[in-house]
Design a protein around this ligand. Structure first.
Ligand code: TNX
Length: 545
């Protein structure tokens, strides 16, 4: 029996104890290669500056780094230009004002230091001008500076996210902290395994504000995810303003699961989301779910309903009962207008047309509807994505199927791939973030099983589907359906820590895959999330500090 005062002192001591130093390999998702150099740690001086190559996009990444580091460090971190780096590469450095001014450090071959850490691998003579691809980067940490080199601003941005994780967890504090801002020395060379790395937020079952969505985008960016799929329409609500059909949002947007007020994004709101995402190198993928999951549209426009009778608004959680009339030409005016407006507002290349669970539109009626909708998408200049139920419809150039099955033996999908489809993998029993972690998880479903961190992590997107080669896999997406999720804190609780697990599958080379190593790296992120005010599930599978 200990007196309360001693308890408090112990708690305070724990709180003040310096966290374990970060090692160069402690990054999520695991980098392609890591070469530690313990003699080359960098310590951020109070007069540090950020220097960056010319160009608005690179400068914007430098501004983003400054915004990330200023609150906790209290350093002013001015951003200035760098002399052109030559070749086709961009450079960003973090350095003392006197050190490294205008230097153009040689892109010399680096001799790998003895690697420690589960995912460390050898870097053999990597030159910064080597092919880092569209999103790769190289990070060099020396006592004089931290240098990020990339072929694109997206690559620089991902390098900045790595740098952020290499600083002490206190860097996540919104207010100044007295700490030594040390970055572990060495070299990281990194690029993604898959080009499409995403998460989906269902804003239809429950509506989430613009501020909530922007924060989710920030969470994606931390873990190098580059797509946010917004499930904008469903039976319970229509969430995007469409000028030519104003009652969709005006009437169809006023409901949600459980009877709450719902809501919708104005055109200006949606543009804000898209802009915030673009600055973080995240592409927004809008989904208009057709021909099923459309009760909210039918409430607003009964002319779209079979029989032309408006159904009552729906705030329950059943699926598969509603559909727009595939036999009426007016339906295609609606599809054309809606997809045209959404495409015009969306800078990214994708339009998602849903296609799931349209149980009442069967056979040729269904495939005919999907094929016509695919042509409407093509006419907007976008590439079509649909849930894998659209597989029986004819192939359309470039089309992508989002697979959410639970059994990788799926001959129909393998056949679609042979006809030219590419796949986004969202296996329900590994990637569905609305599944409970454990039987006692207070929110979520379990129809695809329970998904704790290890289950989210232990599968291989490149070899998950029988008869589907890894080259057909565009990437991985983690969907969060929100029938039971009502607040931002609940969204975060379902995202963390599974989102980083899925991000690692999408980004890291398979050779780095290792549950024990991942679990240990992930553990170090708990204090980061706490410091940043992010709610998360303290999974018993992870050795949180
Ligand atoms: C199935 S997955 C759905 C959604 C539900 C989800 C709940 C998919 C394409 N459709 O309508 O929200 O299950 O887990």
């Amino acid at each position: 029996h200990r007196p309360p005062a001693a308890d408090l002192a112990r708690a305070a001591g724990e709180f003040l104890a310096p966290s374990a130093p970060v090692r160069l390999g402690d990054v999520v998702p695991a980098p392609e290669s890591v070469a530690e150099d313990p003699a080359a740690d960098f310590t951020l001086p109070a007069d540090a500056v950020i220097r960056v190559s010319a160009g608005a996009a690179a400068r914007d990444v430098a501004g983003h780094l400054a915004e990330l580091l200023r609150p906790a460090t209290g350093c002013p971190l001015p951003v200035t230009g760098l002399p052109p780096a030559g070749a086709d590469r961009l450079t960003l450095t973090l350095t003392g004002v006197t050190a490294g001014a205008g230097t153009e450090a040689a892109g010399d071959a680096v001799t790998a230091a003895p690697a420690t850490g589960g995912n460390a691998r050898t870097i053999a003579g990597t030159d910064p001008a080597d092919d880092l691809g569209d999103e790769g980067y190289r990070l060099d940490v020396t006592p004089a500076e931290v240098r990020i080199t990339a072929g694109t601003a997206a690559g620089l941005f991902h390098g900045v996210q790595t740098l952020r994780q290499l600083l002490p967890a206190a860097v996540e504090s919104p207010t100044p902290v007295d700490a030594r801002w040390v970055v572990p020395g060495g070299v990281i060379v990194d690029r993604p395994r898959f080009p499409y790395r995403g998460a989906m937020l269902d804003v239809a079952r429950h509506f989430f504000t613009v501020a909530d969505v922007l924060r989710v985008i920030d969470h994606l960016a931390r873990y190098k995810l580059n797509h946010l799929h917004l499930h904008l329409t469903d039976d319970q609500g229509w969430r995007i303003a469409v000028d030519s059909w104003p009652a969709l949002a005006g009437v169809g947007g006023a409901t949600e699961v459980g009877g709450g007020p719902g809501g919708h994004y104005t055109t200006a709101d949606y543009r804000r989301i898209v802009r915030h995402a673009a600055r973080r190198h995240v592409t927004v993928v809008p989904e208009i779910d057709l021909p099923g999951h459309t009760n909210s549209a039918l409430v607003a426009y009964p002319e779209l309903a079979p029989g032309k009778v408006a159904p009552p608004p729906y705030t329950g959680t059943e699926v598969g009962f509603s559909y727009v009339d595939p036999a009426d030409e007016r339906t295609y005016d609606f599809v054309d207008d809606v997809l045209g407006e959404v495409a015009a507002l969306t800078p990214g290349p994708w339009l998602h047309i849903g296609g799931d669970e349209a149980f009442k539109v069967r056979g040729a009626a269904y495939t005919g509807f999907v094929e016509r909708t695919q042509r409407i998408v093509a006419a907007t200049g976008k590439t079509v994505i649909g849930w894998h139920q659209i597989a029986p419809a004819a192939h359309a150039a470039g089309r992508v199927l989002q697979w959410w099955g639970t059994n990788g033996d799926d001959p129909e999908i393998a056949e679609s791939v042979r006809r030219g489809a590419r796949l986004i993998l969202s296996p329900g029993n590994h990637a569905y973030l609305d599944m409970k972690y454990a039987p006692d998880t207070p929110i979520g479903h379990d129809w695809a099983g329970l998904i704790d961190v290890r289950r989210a992590y232990d599968w291989d997107p490149g070899a998950h589907l029988t008869g589907v080669p890894a080259e057909a896999v565009l990437g991985v997406e983690a969907p969060l359906w929100t029938e039971s999720v009502t607040t931002l804190a609940e969204v975060e609780f379902m995202l963390f820590p599974r989102l980083p697990a899925l991000a690692e599958l999408a980004w890291s080379p398979r050779a780095t895959h290792d549950w024990a190593g991942f679990r240990d790296r992930l553990a170090g992120h708990g204090p980061r999330w706490s410091t940043a005010g992010i709610t998360f599930h303290r999974s018993p599978e992870v050795p949180w500090p």
